[in-house]
Design a protein around this ligand. Sequence first.
Ligand SMILES: Nc1ncnc2c1ncn2[C@@H]1O[C@H](COP(=O)(O)OP(=O)(O)OP(=O)(O)O)[C@@H](O)[C@H]1O
Ligand SMILES: [Mg+2]
Length: 255
Amino acid sequence: MGRTLAIANQKGGVGKTTTAVNLSAALAQSRRRVLLVDMDPQGNATVGSGVVRDNLELSVYDALLDPAAAAAAVVRRESGHHILPARDDLAGAQVELLDMDEQRYFRLREVLRAAGEYDYVLVDCPPSLNILTVNALAAAHGVLIPVQCEYYSLEGLAALTRTIDRIRDSLNKSLVIEGMLRTMHDTRNALSREVSEQVARYFGDKVYRTIVPRNVRLAEAPGHGMPVLAYDMHSSGATAYLALAGEILRKENRA
Ligand SMILES: Nc1ncnc2c1ncn2[C@@H]1O[C@H](COP(=O)(O)OP(=O)(O)OP(=O)(O)O)[C@@H](O)[C@H]1O
Ligand SMILES: [Mg+2]
């Protein structure tokens, strides 16, 4: 069976979606079967993967309400990662999920069972610890936490790790923190270096060795509906996400 990773941090704009799209593309380039699930009503991972939202007949919203629709909602590609896309109606799904019985936290788990066979499923979470994020954490084997190399970045991490502990106690016994990923790092900036070192000290071997640099190509690529690997494969951003995929794949071989 494949491995499901939730990419989560309730802090906004830390690089969750950039990581979800580009790690998906990098793992797919290594010939892994990859599904990217967009659990954010903003739909940035959908658009950044080149899926035009207006043309969609089904989305993750339909799948959450009826997991039997999951396979039909997946946008498949010849090469690259597949996408279970989000439209803005996903915001409404939160209310409908809350109205369900105790199954409300396990809807995404059902969706993934029905979506097909993948080596990796990456779930892009919204910047909130809401029921969509709880569904992602309940369905995941591990959580990948992007941490922006800036001053306030460490503040929300205690709340996030507490939430992960709670989910492990109640909904998902085997949930682990897969890794902390330092993002938007600027080597010329002393603060950026300091935060990066602090994360490494505090979280030890949970921290990926790969550090994602601040790179304008990463910010430009979504506007072209492409992962950075397709937009500029020689950029420092592309190199970083390939290195991250390498770290994750080496871990797979050790396990
Ligand atoms: N390493 C990077 N270098 C330069 N720009 C980046 C980098 N990573 C992300 N960005 C840009 O920063 C912004 C926020 O990144 P992103 O959308 O990935 O964060 P997010 O955590 O998904 O945000 P949200 O919480 O709103 O979902 C985007 O405009 C993105 O293009
Ligand atoms: Mg996002």
